[in-house]
Design a protein. Structure first.
Ligand code: ADP
Length: 514
């Protein structure tokens, strides 16, 4: 294969805190699992580096230790670690893991112990108190790994706050390495820092600067300090050679105070280096023609009987009346403020009164759990609520629902609207971030032009959301032929990783030439 538009094949190391197949809490895992595979198909040489969490060590993909040992200073103590190795599922892409049992071998779903947070006795999730030390260790380990593996990437692609200090250490420590040969090699590594969700910044008390081993002079508002906290994400933003985020609209939004979560100034300062690339879909895992989680398969040319069978199965599984004509609305989301659950609970009584069925799958804040439980208890014959993480059910909802709701307050890229379109399930979304960049609102003009793929609303108000769902339900009931067009338009879209990878490739290539 050829290296697309890049002048030569590139070497890329993607550093992330999760990747699908090994550890996943959100969309970042999908990116870290899929982008390197797509880049490899385009002729580039990629590797991934992750922490060795317990779920990665004991998961379905075999991981093996290497002989490479790490000795990393964190504060006044040196911690020992080791590199392990595996390959990304269905590929030859190497994945390296940073083992440090005290830092990373602690996650256990049954005990409420996650990758970054644990569930406290009051049911709320709290950050681990040693997150700063854990990810200082990881960031430095990433840079040590280049030397140990003798893998010198053209681009070191760091992601989210957990790797925010990678560009900082590269600049401040490794490019000043006392060994001239190594220094030269580190000088040739370029960095891209991708923000997947600006809400999560890795903020720590100023005293934690001591854990980083970095000079205190960096603790200032133009570098690592933000609102009197050490801020890992800001480190990535300020020190990386280029910054990207996961959609062009989100790239613009985070430069504003409303979306920027306090970092809009740092971002607008570097806006000429900030880009937006929408995430892709792994169509090998998300294809209604082959999806192993579905009771029947279908495709754009043969939607029936497969999709109606999936709908019936979903209704049965959820204990709802099996009724082909009831508009079935689906949601799969982390139940957090970002996902617009407040809008949903306020607008949903109207949908349910119109005769819609509502299926919600998610887990998150107990507050939203309670509001959704109240709603379900008031409409048990129309609504099904599953609190938990259930991948097979997520696939069945994408296939069995007629419309998929994403009333997000903000949505950096969003994957579910892309899965929905591929599954012929019409997305109803708020016009924000990646939702604005991927869903075209259904109007008489876009319907006639064959470009309509869903329904959008802008103001974050329950009434606006209700009206958008109202438009969808009216089209579904009154103009089934137009509804079918809408489904087919969505199914035809290409939001594959190959498309995203081509954009990342251009970004990397421009970065390497300067
Ligand atoms: P975010 O990264 O903000 O959570 P995305 O839409 O980008 O949102 O990606 C979320 C991913 O996680 C999707 O693949 C979605 O299907 C999956 N997901 C979220 N919650 C659940 C759940 N409770 N059960 C199964 N899959 C889920």
């Amino acid at each position: 294969m050829t290296a697309g538009v890049a002048a030569r094949p590139l070497k890329i190391l993607l550093a992330a805190s999760e990747a699908v197949g090994f550890a996943k809490t959100g969309g970042l895992a999908d990116v870290a699992g899929s982008l390197p595979r797509a880049l490899t198909r385009r002729g580039h040489s990629c590797a991934v580096i992750l922490p060795l969490y317990r779920c990665a060590r004991t998961g379905p993909v075999p991981v093996t230790p290497t002989e490479h040992r790490l000795f990393i200073p964190v504060g006044d103590r040196t911690w020992e670690g080791r590199l392990w190795r595996a390959t990304l599922p269905r590929s030859e892409v190497p994945v390296y893991f940073v083992e440090q049992p005290e830092f990373f071998d602690r996650d256990d779903r049954s005990l409420g112990l996650g990758l970054y947070q644990f569930t406290a006795t009051d049911g709320h999730k709290r950050d681990y108190p040693d997150n700063c030390a854990r990810f200082v260790f990881f960031c430095r380990a990433v840079l040590e790994a280049l030397r140990l593996l003798d893998f010198w990437p053209d681009v070191l692609h760091a992601n989210d706050w957990q790797t925010g200090l990678v560009p900082v250490y590269l600049e401040e420590v490794y490019r000043r390495h006392p060994d001239a040969t190594l220094r030269e090699k580190y000088l040739h590594v370029h960095t891209l820092f991708t923000i997947h969700n600006i809400l999560y910044q890795g903020r720590f008390l100023p005293g934690d600067m001591a854990l980083t081993g970095l000079d205190w002079r960096l603790f200032n508002y133009l570098q690592l300090e933000s609102f009197d906290r050490l801020n890992f994400l800001k480190g990535g933003i300020v020190f990386a050679n280029r910054i990207s985020t996961v959609s062009p609209t989100y790239a613009r939004e985070i430069q504003t105070p409303y979306f920027g979560e306090g970092l809009h100034g740092a971002l607008s300062e570097r806006r000429d280096r900030l880009f937006g690339i929408v995430n892709g879909v792994d169509y090998a895992r998300w294809d209604p023609a082959t999806d192993p989680h579905l009771p029947a398969h279908y495709s754009i040319d043969a939607i029936t009987p497969g999709k109606p069978l999936c709908k019936a199965e979903l209704q049965r599984r959820c204990g709802l009346p099996v009724d082909e004509r009831a508009p079935l609305l689906g949601i799969v989301a982390r139940l957090v403020e970002q996902k617009g659950i407040g809008l949903l609970t306020q607008a949903a009584p109207a949908f349910l009164e119109w005769g819609c069925q509502l299926v919600v799958l998610g887990e998150g804040d107990p507050y939203w759990h309670r509001l959704l439980e109240d709603l379900r208890n008031r409409h048990p014959d129309r609504m099904c609520l599953t609190l938990g993480f259930d991948e097979p059910l997520a696939h069945l909802i994408e296939a069995g629902a007629d419309a998929f709701l994403m009333p997000s307050v903000f949505e950096p890229s969003g994957l579910n609207q892309l899965y929905s379109m591929r599954y012929g399930t019409v997305p109803v979304v708020r016009t924000t971030g990646g939702l604005a960049d991927t869903v075209t609102d259904c109007t008489p003009a876009t319907l006639a032009a064959g470009t309509a793929t869903g329904f959008r609303f802008d103001p974050p108000w329950p009434g606006a959301f209700r009206d958008a769902v109202g438009r969808a339900v009216a089209l579904y009931r009154e103009r089934p032929d137009d509804w079918l067009h809408l489904m087919r338009n969505g199914m035809r879209q290409d939001w594959s990783w190959d498309r995203s990878a081509a954009e990342y490739e251009q970004l990397y290539a421009r970065l390497v030439v300067g």
